[in-house]
Ligand binder design. Structure first.
Ligand code: HPA
Length: 241
C-alpha cells in the first residue's frame, strides 16, 4: 500500500496514538535523514511526523523542513495535514479555536525555502494552502461541532523568541491574523513537491501586547494539551472524509 496521507504534528502533537500497527522509519534524503511513523487508520496507511521531534528538541528555526517534505514525497504522500500552535492578533480568533489558514506573510530570515538549486523556477503562490483540504477540514469541524475559522493569514516569524508588542502591531496593520514560527518554509516546500498541504492552526494565546500577561512556552503547551482531544478528532475525521 502507498502512503497518501501524512500528518505533521506541531507543538503538543507528538504521538500518532490513533494509528495502529505503527512502524518507525528513517528516510534518507539529499538533505539528511527524516523520521516518520507509518501506521493504519480505518484501513488507510497514514504517515506521522513530529516536526520538533518526539521530545520537542528541535526549535522552529532548526527544523530540517527540506528533509521532512522530501521524505514525505518519497513515500508517495499527496496530502498533508499540518498542525500548528499559534498566537492570535485578531480578536475574533480566540484561544482554543481552529483556523484553516489560507495565506501567509513571511518574516523568516535564515531558512532555505526551496529544493531548486539551478535554473529559473518561480512557483505560483496564489493558494499556498490547499483549498480542497481546507474544505475537508471545515466539513469535519462542522460535523464535530468545533469552533473554526475558514480563513486566516499566518505571519511566520523566525523565532525562537516570541514577538515584541510593536512587531505584533505591525503584523496586524499588514493584515496578519495569527503568528507562529513554522509554516514557512514548510508550506512552500510542500507546494514545490506537488503536495496538497493544509495547516490546522490552533490558537493557544493572544499575541504579545494583546494578551494581558507575558507569554511563556508552557502556556502554549498547556492550552494545546487541553484541546489535544479536539485536534485529534478533527484530524482523524478529516482523514476519513
Ligand atoms: N507567537 C509565536 N508563535 C506562537 C505563539 C505566539 O504568540 N503562540 C504559539 N506559537
Amino acid at each position: 500500500m502507498t502512503v497518501r496521507i501524512a500528518i505533521i504534528g506541531g507543538t503538543g502533537v507528538y504521538d500518532p496514538n490513533i494509528l495502529s500497527d505503527v512502524s518507525q522509519k528513517r528516510l534518507e534524503t539529499p538533505f539528511g535523514p527524516a523520521w516518520v511513523k507509518i501506521g493504519t487508520y480505518r484501513g488507510r496507511e497514514v504517515a506521522f511526523m513530529a516536526r520538533h521531534g518526539e521530545d520537542h528538541s528541535v526549535p522552529p528555526h532548526l527544523v530540517n523542513y527540506r528533509a521532512n517534505i522530501w521524505g514525505l514525497r518519497q513515500l508517495g504522500v499527496k496530502n498533508v495535514f499540518a498542525t500548528a500552535a499559534v498566537g492570535s492578533l485578531n480578536p475574533e480568533m480566540k484561544p482554543k479555536q481552529f483556523v484553516f489558514v489560507d495565506q501567509f506573510l513571511d518574516f523568516t530570515r535564515s531558512r532555505v525555502q526551496t529544493f531548486v538549486e539551478k535554473g529559473v523556477v518561480h512557483l505560483d503562490m496564489t493558494d499556498p494552502y490547499c483549498p480542497e483540504l481546507r474544505s475537508t477540514l471545515a466539513r469535519a469541524a462542522q460535523e464535530l461541532d468545533l469552533e473554526y475559522h475558514f480563513k486566516g493569514t499566518y505571519v511566520c516569524t523566525e523565532g525562537p523568541r516570541f514577538e515584541t508588542p510593536a512587531e505584533i502591531r505591525m503584523f496586524r496593520q499588514l493584515g496578519g491574523d495569527l503568528v507562529g514560527m513554522t509554516s514557512v518554509p514548510e508550506v512552500v516546500l510542500a507546494r514545490e513537491a506537488g503536495i496538497c498541504y493544509a495547516t490546522i492552526a490552533m490558537v493557544t494565546n493572544f499575541a504579545a501586547g494583546i494578551s494581558p500577561t507575558r507569554l511563556s512556552h508552557q502556556e502554549v503547551v498547556d492550552v494545546m494539551a487541553e484541546n489535544a482531544g479536539n485536534l485529534r478528532r478533527l484530524v482523524m475525521r478529516a482523514i476519513e472524509l
